[in-house]
Design a protein around this ligand. Structure first.
Ligand code: HEM
Length: 437
């Protein structure tokens, strides 16, 4: 994985990992990044909504997985690099960075099952030749953004306008590198101080945060479509939230109408969606307990990282007595663990978000060693809260205002890859949901 991930957090162990983890955990908990992400996630969820609104009018079939992939890539590039790559524009353009990034991700993953990859690399043919080209393109793009951000920071300081420094993860790590934060103990490891280190840090976040979130959104949409009572209950939670929040803010909601209404109502529909989105603040999203339960239930049955292999560093004995040898591998399998009756009871195979709701009506959490979609222990996912924030923002808008129906005969199957995506995408017809209030 080195060619893609370099020394970034996923690929690093020991001291190099520890320092990145410490700095990144601190940054992820910061209010600045949280506020910036909330704005970005809202903006891109609204872009997705306007594409769906158009599809309602034309009756065009859309592939939700493709749209979610575009939305999460655009969002993570904005949050990660401060760059607008625009793959979610209305005409759904191709983007060379996005294509190269996807190709590199797939080819590197396929190395695990391709015994000839080293030979292909040596001869620079086939998939390895494409990988080399793709990485070159990804690197050119990333390094040019790094140079741009560095220049902006220098300029902002020179003009005494610190507030002009952007809030994206890259700008933050450039500042941290300059301050020598990653080299605090004089351990000789400075990752954020040079462009290669910055490239690794940022690309690891893009890889971590993109496909995982997009596939979860796809499985969620599929679960909601195939469980109408859940979708209905969710719609009611969202409508009630909307009227409560509007009352708190003292605003009156713009009426919206069904698909058959005239063009004048199209703009009032868009205005109402934007009005609802503005109510979806960080704290507001925290109140959507049923939505939170639905996302968690989706991840229990369809964990974005379905299996997670680890190398064995030293001979060891697992708690059940199994001996493992240094150099071997141990894999824990969230996909299976999420479906075991031993863990979840006799209805383990059923999609039932209510299992996550406590007697007091609040969200009832489970130990990460039981619900393992985000890993557990020191290497637990760093972006979990950010992922929920983005997913809840998008889903609140989508399930408040739209209804989805799967295209007749469309096969939904998972693909055997590192990330649990849908092999044939998620083709749906979309229409406007009834107003309810
Ligand atoms: C539904 C969404 C997500 C799921 C299911 C998920 C799942 C996971 C899992 C299973 C790991 C452990 C990998 C390992 O064992 O090495 C992990 C690690 C990580 N995740 Fe996530 N993730 C999600 C979203 C995100 C997002 C949005 C970000 C950041 C923007 C992120 C950042 C990270 C990072 C930085 C690590 C590495 C932590 C470390 O090695 O110390 N994740 N994630």
């Amino acid at each position: 994985m080195d060619v893609l991930l370099g020394d970034g957090i996923f690929n690093a162990d020991g001291e190099l990992w520890r320092k990145q983890r410490k700095t990144a955990s601190f940054e992820f908990a910061s209010k600045n990044l949280r506020d910036f992400s909330t704005i970005v996630f809202r903006e891109y969820s609204l872009k997705l909504s306007s594409i769906l609104s158009q599809a309602c009018k034309t009756g065009k079939v859309v592939d939700m997985q493709e749209l979610f992939m575009r939305m999460t890539l655009d969002s993570i590039c904005k949050v990660g690099f401060g760059v607008e790559i625009g793959t979610l524009s209305p005409d759904l353009p191709e983007n060379s960075f996005a294509q190269a990034f996807d190709a590199a991700n797939i080819i590197v993953t396929l190395r695990f099952i391709d015994p000839l990859w080293r030979l292909k690399k040596l001869l620079r043919v086939g998939s390895e030749a494409l990988l080399e080209q793709s990485i070159k393109l990804v690197d050119e793009f990333t390094y040019s953004v790094i140079r741009r951000r560095k220049a902006e920071i220098v300029q902002a300081r020179a003009s005494g306008k610190q507030e002009k420094i952007k809030h994206d993860i890259l700008s933050r790590f450039i500042e941290l590198g300059e301050a020598g934060v990653d080299n605090d103990n004089g351990g000789g490891i400075s990752l954020f101080g040079d462009d290669k280190g910055l490239r690794d840090v940022v690309l690891n976040f893009v890889i971590a945060g993109r496909d995982t979130t997009a596939t979860t959104l796809s499985w969620f949409t599929y679960m909601a479509m195939t469980h109408p009572p859940v979708a209905e209950k969710l719609r009611r939670e969202l409508a009630a939230f909307e009227s409560d929040r509007a009352r708190e803010e003292g605003i009156s909601l713009i009426p919206f109408f069904s698909d058959s209404d005239g063009p004048e109502n199209q703009s009032s529909f868009a205005a109402r969606v934007a009005q609802f989105a503005a109510l979806l603040t960080y704290d507001g999203l925290g109140k959507l307990t049923y939505l939170h339960a639905c996302v968690t239930e989706t991840l229990r049955l369809y964990p974005a990282v379905p299996q997670d292999p680890k190398g064995v560093a030293e001979d060891d004995v697992l708690p059940d007595g199994t001996k493992v040898k240094a150099g071997g591998m141990v894999t824990y399998v969230p996909y299976s663990m999420g479906r075991m009756e031993y863990n979840w009871g006799p209805d383990a195979g059923c999609f039932r978000p209510e299992r996550w709701i406590g007697e007091d009506g609040g969200f009832r959490n489970a130990s990460p060693f039981k619900f393992t979609a985000f890993q557990a222990g020191p290497r637990i996912c760093l972006g979990k809260d950010s992922a929920y924030l983005q997913m809840k923002m998008a889903l609140a808008i989508l399930f408040r205002f739209y209804r989805f129906e799967i295209l007749e005969g469309h096969p939904v199957k998972y693909r055997m890859m590192t990330i649990l995506s849908m092999a044939h995408g998620l083709k749906v017809r979309v229409s406007r949901a009834p107003a309810l209030v």
